[in-house]
Design a protein around this ligand. Structure first.
Ligand SMILES: *Cc1c(COP(=O)(O)O)cnc(C)c1O
Length: 362
C-alpha cells in the first residue's frame, strides 16, 4: 500500500526527483562526474551562503555529525542538548572518546545563548555542537543569537546541524561564523535518505589537519583533496547526486525567497488549523520550527489509532511522537514540496480521521 509521509523525515519525494535517480550510472572518476560535481557546487554554496566548499558525504547525517567531532575536537566539546538528536550527539562524542560536556535544556526549550556563554567562559573548549532545528520536538533555536556568543570564543569550532531546516529558511553560514554546517538529504531537501552535505571553513579544515584519530571515511582533509579535483574520496551515491542536481534546479525555478515564504505560510496553516481544535504547541512559544509543528496531545487522543485511520483510509501518515514523547505529542511536517493544496488536503483528512479517533484519557 502506498501512502504519503507527513512525518518530519524521511518526507515525500517527488516523481521528478525519483526519475532523476533513474539515470544510467556514470563513473565517479569520469569527466561526467567532475562536471556534475562542479555544476552543483556553486548552487550549494549559494544555498548555504558560504564561500567554503560543500563536501558530499555518502552517509546519513549522523555520519557527518560523528565525522565532524572526529575532525575538530582535540580538547573538549560542548554539546548543546534540547531534544533527541542533540542529546545523542553528546553520547556519540563519548563513544568517540572525546572529552564532552552536556549543556542540557528541557526538550522543547531552545538553546539559551547566555547558558552557552557561561559554559564556554569556563574555558577548555575547542568545539561546540548545536542543532538549529530539533526535529524531535519541533523546536528551533535562535541560531544568530547563539552564534553571536560562540564567536566570542575564537578557539571554539562551531558544528551546526541544519538537517531539518536547510533550504527552508536562510541560514547564512559565513555571516554567522558557522565553521561546519551539516545537512542531510531526506528532510528539508525532500530527497531519499543516504546523502549528507558538509560545508567546512578554512579554520576547521586547518584544525582537522592537526587532529589525530579522524579516520578515513569522514576525513575533511581527504574530502578537500578530492574536492579540488571535483570528486569525493570514495564512490559516492551517484544516483542521489543526480537527485540533488534536480532538486537544486527545482529550488532555482521556484526562487529561494518564494521557497522560504512557502514554508512559513504552510507551517502557519497547519499550526492555526490544529490549534483551533484545542491542541497546544509543545515547544516554547516563539521557538516553533518552520518546517514542522510539534503539538502537545492535550486533548488525549489515541495517536496510534489516529495514525492507523490516516494510513488506511487517507493514505498518509503523521508522526505520533518521538522517543519519550510518543503518544504525548504529534508532529506534522511541511518540509519539501508541499503546497497550499496538499497541506489543505492533509488537514481535511486529519479532521475526518480525528472525528473517528477514540481518546485514551478524558
Ligand atoms: C533526522 C535528523 C538527524 C539524523 O539524521 P540521519 O539521517 O538519521 O542520520 C540529525 N539531526 C536532525 C536535526 C534530524 O532531524
Amino acid at each position: 500500500m502506498s501512502y504519503k509521509l507527513f512525518i518530519p523525515g524521511p518526507i515525500a519525494v517527488s516523481d521528478k526527483t525519483l526519475r532523476a535517480m533513474a539515470q544510467p550510472m556514470i563513473g565517479h572518476r569520469s569527466n561526467d562526474f567532475v562536471a556534475l560535481y562542479q555544476a552543483i557546487q556553486p548552487e550549494l554554496q549559494a544555498l548555504m551562503y558560504t564561500k567554503d566548499p560543500v563536501y558530499l558525504s555518502t552517509s546519513s547525517a549522523w555520519g557527518s555529525m560523528e565525522g565532524a567531532l572526529r575532525n575538530v575536537v582535540q580538547k573538549k566539546v560542548l554539546n548543546c542538548m534540547n531534544g533527541a538528536f542533540s542529546d545523542k550527539w553528546y553520547d556519540v562524542a563519548l563513544r568517540d572518546d572525546k572529552q564532552a560536556t552536556a549543556l542540557k535544556f528541557e526538550w522543547g526549550q531552545p538553546v539559551d545563548p547566555e547558558a552557552v556563554r557561561r559554559e564556554l567562559a569556563k574555558g577548555g573548549y575547542d568545539a561546540i555542537t548545536l542543532i538549529h532545528n530539533e526535529t524531535s520536538c519541533g523546536c528551533m533555536s535562535d541560531l544568530a543569537a547563539v552564534m553571536k556568543v560562540v564567536r566570542e570564543f575564537p578557539e571554539v569550532i562551531s558544528i551546526v546541524d541544519t538537517v531539518s531546516s536547510f533550504s527552508a529558511m536562510p541560514i547564512k553560514k559565513d555571516e554567522l561564523g558557522i565553521d561546519v554546517l551539516i545537512t542531510g538529504s531526506q528532510k528539508a531537501l525532500a530527497m531519499p535518505p543516504g546523502l549528507s552535505l558538509i560545508s567546512v571553513s578554512k579554520r576547521a579544515l586547518d584544525r582537522a589537519a592537526q587532529t589525530p584519530g579522524r579516520g578515513y571515511y569522514f576525513d575533511f582533509v581527504e574530502f578537500q583533496k578530492n574536492h579540488e579535483a571535483g570528486m569525493t574520496p570514495s564512490t559516492p551515491t551517484v544516483s542521489l547526486i543526480f537527485a540533488l542536481k534536480s532538486k537544486l534546479e527545482d529550488i532555482k525555478a521556484e526562487g529561494v525567497e518564494n521557497r522560504y515564504a512557502r514554508h512559513l505560510r504552510l507551517n502557519k496553516m497547519v499550526r492555526d488549523h490544529i490549534l483551533a481544535k484545542g491542541f497546544k504547541m509543545f515547544p516554547k512559544e516563539g521557538y516553533g520550527s518552520v518546517t514542522l509543528n510539534c503539538f502537545a496531545n492535550t486533548l488525549g487522543y489515541d495517536l496510534a489509532a489516529l495514525n492507523k485511520i490516516l494510513k488506511s483510509k487517507h493514505h498518509l501518515v503523521i508522526d505520533g511522537g518521538y522517543g519519550k514523547l510518543k503518544g504525548k505529542t504529534f508532529r506534522i511536517s511541511n518540509m519539501g514540496d508541499e503546497t497550499d493544496e496538499t497541506i489543505a488536503a492533509m488537514l481535511k483528512s486529519f479532521d475526518a480521521a480525528l472525528a473517528e479517533t477514540p481518546k485514551v484519557s478524558a
